[in-house]
Design a protein around this ligand. Structure first.
Ligand code: HSE
Length: 312
């Protein structure tokens, strides 16, 4: 038996929502798991990429054995029902650029889990899958929209349970996704964050996250422009993303631009706009990054309302 799951890319944080906000985007990975009948064949993982900013070196360096995240997720699911995975062939067809802050790892975790769950006769419900995915990924902000689609507020509570709230992202707000041709691993991007932050910064983010939720619910662009600010992660990650500050500054005072944020742990940046000249966004980002010899792939996308789904 063979099961395929198509999973959207995701962008986490969205300004003040560090580790708790994320949205799905229409770029996809398809994960196929096949139970092989020959005993002793073990686990085989293959990856194929359609990614335009695809880097052979990064791809080659991703574990494709028992150390891979997709295998870890699948193993946890099998273990949760008292079984061990064996004789599985896992194929990952990837459109989502790797190590760019677009949820490629969340997509393979979610796709692997959903496919394996179906092969096992669906013993785990969505909540259980979300819980395993969060454990493997470390935070729920990418895996939640990868499973549910749309714009999602998520939290792993102290008892381990996951809370998810889907919010309505205003359809008229454009998201211009600017993907530079350099990698930034989440581990490195998390290693520059401080253990402790000033109380004033925590209050700053709490206020702005509350504003953001309200701005999205009311489609209030003025409020959104104030809300899309962050003091928990972006200021610390600036030094890892050349051009980030210039790009943010370039759009700060433009009417029609609601905000510019780092996508997840970066280095991709999102420019959120309404009725703004999208070619101008493209030209500005290109000029800044190409001026620093950084190639960039830019696309304006709508939020993908649907989460991971089974495909033929
Ligand atoms: N919230 C995470 C971070 C997303 O910013 O580190 C990256 O996976």
């Amino acid at each position: 038996m063979k099961v395929s799951v198509k999973v959207p890319a995701t962008s986490a944080n969205i300004g003040p929502g560090f580790d708790c906000l994320g949205l799905a985007l229409p770029i996809y990975n398809t994960i196929t798991i096949e139970e092989t009948v020959l005993p002793g064949t073990g686990i085989e993982i293959n990856m194929m990429s359609e990614d335009e900013v695809f880097d052979e070196m990064i791809f080659d360096n991703i574990p494709k054995d028992e150390n891979s995240i997709v295998y870890k997720a699948v193993e946890m699911l099998y273990n949760s029902i008292g079984q061990e995975p064996s004789e599985l062939k896992i194929n990952i067809q990837s459109q989502i650029p790797i190590t760019r802050g677009l949820g490629s790892s969340a997509a393979v975790i979610v796709g692997g889990l959903m496919a394996a769950n179906k092969l096992l006769g669906s013993p785990a419900d969505e909540t259980a899958l979300l819980s395993i995915a969060t454990e493997v990924e470390g935070h729920p902000d990418n895996v939640a929209p990868a499973i549910l689609g749309g714009f999602v507020l998520s939290s792993q509570e102290e008892d381990g349970s996951i809370i998810c709230q889907k919010l309505d992202w205003p359809e008229e707000w454009d998201i211009t996704v600017c993907i530079p041709d350099f990698e930034l691993s989440t581990n490195i991007a998390r290693s520059v964050l401080p253990e402790n932050i000033p109380l004033s910064d925590a209050v700053f983010n709490a206020k702005h996250l509350a504003m953001l939720i309200n701005a999205v619910n009311k489609k209030d662009e003025k409020l959104m422009k104030i809300a899309l600010k962050d003091k928990l992660h972006q200021p610390y990650r600036e030094k890892l993303v050349p051009g980030m500050k210039e790009i943010m500054d370039a759009f700060k005072h433009e009417d029609g631009i609601l905000g510019t944020v780092l996508s997840g742990a970066g280095p991709t940046m999102l420019v959120i706009s309404h009725k703004y000249d999208l070619d101008k966004i493209k030209a500005t980002v290109k000029e800044i990054w190409e001026g620093q010899s950084i190639k960039v792939d830019i696309k304006t996308l709508k939020v993908e309302p649907e989460g991971a789904k089974f495909v033929e």
